[in-house]
Design a protein around this ligand. Structure first.
Ligand SMILES: Nc1ncnc2c1ncn2[C@@H]1O[C@H](COP(=O)(O)OP(=O)(O)OP(=O)(O)O)[C@@H](O)[C@H]1O
Length: 619
């Protein structure tokens, strides 16, 4: 029967096409409703759609596989590493194709000259490949076409006159096209559709007698020339008065802010009041013979007394206790983490603190000091004024926030991965962070990510209650059912979630704290697989030009980190290398590498072939 033959064709396809993400295509499952990425006709007689985005396919599409799916209408293989020329032999027989998405692959060579064989096509997306040659004029015969995306290839020559009345979306940006945009396509906005080519978008800009309904070619110069006219006396007077009023208002506002600031400061209590409920108990004065233990190389000179006198403000309540910002009398600010429910005795606690405190790495937040008494266990860190990556990404206060542009996000990702890779080399290569999430990542002076809060999950603490578990749920690997059973592989998963958070701008943790936790990983996977990949990216990032490829590379790395099976995830040292690869061509921003991750083996994942001959790499 046809469905059996379709099934066999798919088996041949996947068995002959190497990929990094496993598919659940077992012969025992029903191909029509059990196989990932496959959909059938209503009567289950034919395979109609194959959607296998981001599976990590690499190499050319195997011969005599897809061509046998003669009922296929929808084919999406976006976001893989497929190479070779346009798979004409495989696709040329699929006359029913309506949607063809091969974007974000490594295909090259010319596009087929005869597109007419796919007369049912409504959507073509071949963007972000290495196609060259000219745009075939036979596309003009695809009268049903509504969307055509050929952006970010190396297409050259003139744009053919495409008489396609149904075409609603067109993107030819970032190719090497020349000549004049044909009239039939002038209805599309030049700034986005034809950007990054050598074409002149509007013929009438240069013609002596401008006419026709097309948008005004360059309204800005005219507007600016008006602005450039001499100012009249009244206008000048108005400006001076306006400036004076603005200055006075500014000074008043400054005074108000100062007053508010003083008032707030006075409203704070000293740390000792926050720590001890009854003055004669606990931490006060280190009465049980304990004192603040500073770790080697620490730069602070205060003692416990000073710390207890410092004014303190709650920064937040985390999984393992409450975190304060303490401002000492000499205005040094430090962060004091007050641990609750420590599970171990003094010796073990001190050993763990020494282990953590020994780590010196520019991408790990250094533990400066600690304190252990019967009633109080404290950890002291530097205060990071910019706040955590979580606050930077999702915080409401927009003033004084550094902008998380793409470069900064990339640096945060690289830094965090380097920090975790360093942690993974500690304690004989066995140390686990166990609590990677955006509120534990800060920015170091060079704006690289810097990892904090390590050494708590695995041994020291009682397992957090259900409520706390759900706090980290968004980052927690599926195999981690007990918060103490984290592993280096589950750290990789959590970093993958952090990467997705940087890419999408969406938090994996439900802000309202209700039970319904948004599953960022599943959401991204489904969008990548079934829809339009660009939809996953943070709209904030859309204003930076020419970064899609880098975003997609990071997306591929993130998806490799969050695969379900722990042993299929890359090692953290590999993740570092893959992230660094994203910017290998721009030596300018290439971070000074200090990673101590060492012992590096090549990545087992074919995320990105080393020998890239794709012309897009030069862009
Ligand atoms: N060194 C620091 N500098 C500035 N802010 C910090 C510092 N350490 C922690 N914070 C912030 O203080 C708040 C509370 O931190 P805390 O580590 O207690 O909780 P958390 O990160 O929300 O959860 P968890 O306990 O699971 O790590 C967080 O918003 C965190 O970003």
């Amino acid at each position: 029967s046809p469905i059996f033959e379709d099934k066999q064709a798919l088996i041949d396809f996947v068995n002959n096409f190497s990929h990094t993400r496993p598919l659940n295509w077992s012969e025992g499952l029903n191909v029509c409703d059990g196989w990932e990425g496959v959909s059938c006709s209503d009567d289950g007689s034919r395979v109609m759609a194959v959607r296998l985005g981001g599976v990590g396919f690499s190499g050319p599409i195997p011969a005599n596989t897809l061509s046998r799916l003669s009922g296929l209408q929808f084919l999406s293989l976006s976001l893989n590493n497929i190479s070779g020329s346009f798979p004409y032999d495989e696709l040329g027989k699929l006359g029913n194709l309506s949607v063809l998405q091969l974007d974000f692959n490594r295909l090259s060579g010319a596009l087929p000259s005869n597109f007419s064989i796919w007369s049912n096509l409504t959507v073509i997306d071949l963007s972000h490949n290495g196609f060259n040659g000219s745009i075939p004029s036979s596309i003009s015969n695809l009268t049903r076409l509504t969307s055509l995306n050929l952006a970010n290839n190396s297409l050259s020559g003139e744009i053919p006159d495409l008489q396609l009345p149904n075409l609603r979306q067109l993107n030819l940006a970032n190719n090497s096209l020349t000549g004049i945009v044909p009239k039939s396509l002038q209805r599309f906005p030049a700034s986005t559709t034809f950007y990054g080519n050598n074409v002149s978008a509007f013929l009438h800009v240069h013609s002596p007698s401008p006419s026709g309904p097309s948008p005004s070619p360059s309204p800005s110069p005219r507007r600016s020339s008006k602005r450039g006219r001499k100012l009249g006396g009244h206008a000048l007077m108005g400006i001076i008065i306006g400036a004076c009023v603005a200055a006075i208002l500014g000074i008043l506002l400054l005074l108000l802010l100062l007053m508010l600031c003083c008032w707030k400061r006075n409203g704070k209590t000293v740390l000792s009041r926050k720590l001890v409920r009854t003055p004669e108990k606990g931490v006060s004065r280190g009465r049980d013979g304990t004192k603040l233990v500073f770790l080697d190389g620490c730069c602070y000179s205060f003692d416990l007394e000073d710390l207890l006198r410092a004014s303190a403000e709650v920064l937040g309540k985390g999984t393992f206790g409450t975190t304060y910002k303490a401002v000492l009398e000499d205005v040094t600010s430090v962060v004091v983490k007050r641990l609750k429910e420590v599970n171990v005795g003094r010796r073990e606690f001190e050993q763990q603190m020494e282990l953590v405190g020994r780590i010196r790495h520019e991408n790990v937040v250094e533990l400066r000091a600690f304190y252990y008494s019967k009633d109080e266990k404290l950890m002291i860190y530097d205060y990071y004024t910019q706040g955590s990556v979580s606050a930077l990404l999702h915080g409401r206060q927009v003033e004084s926030r550094i902008t998380l542009d793409w470069d900064t996000r990339l640096k945060i990702a690289i830094g965090a991965a380097r920090g975790i890779a360093c942690i993974h080399t500690q304690n004989g290569g066995k140390l686990v962070h166990g609590n990677i999430k955006a509120s534990n990542i800060f920015l170091n002076p060079a704006n690289y990510g810097c990892v904090s809060d390590l050494g708590l999950t695995t041994t020291l603490m009682n397992p957090p209650g259900v409520r706390q578990i759900s706090r980290v749920a968004g980052y927690r690997a599926p195999e981690v059912v007990d918060a103490r059973k984290t592993s280096q592989q589950s750290d990789v998963y959590s970093l993958g979630v952090l990467l997705l958070e940087l890419l999408t701008g969406k938090s994996p943790v439900n802000a309202t704290g209700s039970d319904e936790v948004v599953n960022l990983v599943r959401w991204v996977q489904s969008v990548v697989r079934e829809e339009w990949t660009a939809e996953v990216f943070d709209v904030e990032l859309m204003r930076y030009p020419n970064i899609e490829e880098e975003m997609v590379e990071m997306l591929q790395i993130a998806l490799a980190c969050v695969v379900r099976m722990p042993e299929q995830r890359p090692k953290m040292s590999d993740v570092v290398k893959m992230l660094e690869e994203i910017r290998r061509l721009e030596a300018g921003i290439h971070p000074h590498s200090t990673s101590k991750s060492g012992g590096s083996t090549p990545s087992p994942l074919a995320i990105k072939p080393q020998s890239s001959s794709s012309p897009k790499a030069e862009r």
